[in-house]
Write a protein that binds this ligand. Structure first.
Ligand code: ATP
Ligand code: MG
Length: 195
């Protein structure tokens, strides 16, 4: 088994995430990609509650047989650090080959991640390209170890989607239809005061 863990706050999940996960699955020949919703990311405060973000991930991943909506971080108390998640994954799937996947922008501060040196013994660490972020300035220690996957650029972010909702603009074709309906049904992001 080759399992990818795709980490994010998914606030909300969008088509850029699905494209990144699908490209990673194809190129790394993964059997499964688990979308790992960060419950309490140490470096940022999500807008929507963890369970709502997870439910949107369930809706977004339901039609792809390779995709799973993971609770591996949601069901543990306290701040969630990647190294702890990977150790849990190793215990859950001792025989699997693990890949930890996130976008290039996430690695800008990788040197400050908890026990960052241990990450590379637990999984293959993968950075998918993202428009506007280049990994060229990454510390050589990480540059040698992170596997970079060039994927088609799709310039969409959750921040942009939340902004559009606040402004009463459409998010159609940026998120899966079921996620759009879910956001509307639960009134998410409309009164969000960020930015
Ligand atoms: P926010 O604007 O709230 O930070 P985001 O769009 O960056 O949201 P995250 O949940 O932070 O979404 O992203 C999870 C992972 O997916 C991150 O590692 C991020 O780099 C990656 N990612 C998000 N959008 C894209 C995209 N359009 N192309 C490639 N990677 C992406
Ligand atoms: Mg982000």
């Amino acid at each position: 088994m080759r399992i990818g863990l795709f980490g994010g706050s998914f606030d909300p999940v969008h088509l850029g995430h699905l494209l990144a996960a699908s490209e990673s699955a194809d190129r790394l020949v993964l059997d499964e990609v688990h979308f790992v919703t960060a419950a309490r990311p140490p470096h940022k405060r999500p807008v929507a509650p963890p369970e709502a973000r997870h439910e949107m991930v369930v809706l977004a991943t339901i039609t792809d047989p390779r995709f799973r909506a993971s609770r591996i971080e949601l069901d543990y108390p306290g701040p969630t650090f990647t190294v702890d998640t990977l150790r849990r994954a190793r215990r859950l799937w001792p025989e699997a080959e693990l890949f930890f996947i996130t976008g290039a922008d996430a690695y800008r501060d990788v040197a400050s991640w908890k026990e960052h040196e241990a990450l590379f013994d637990l999984a293959t660490i993968v950075a998918v390209s993202r428009p506007g972020y280049d990994l060229g300035r990454l510390d050589p220690f990480f540059r040698e170890r992170v596997v970079v996957l060039e994927i088609p650029g799709y310039e969409v972010s959750s921040t942009e989607i939340r902004r559009r909702i606040r402004e009463g603009r459409s998010i159609r074709y940026l998120v899966p239809h079921a996620v759009e309906v879910y956001i509307e049904k639960h009134g998410l992001y409309a009164g969000d005061l960020e930015g």
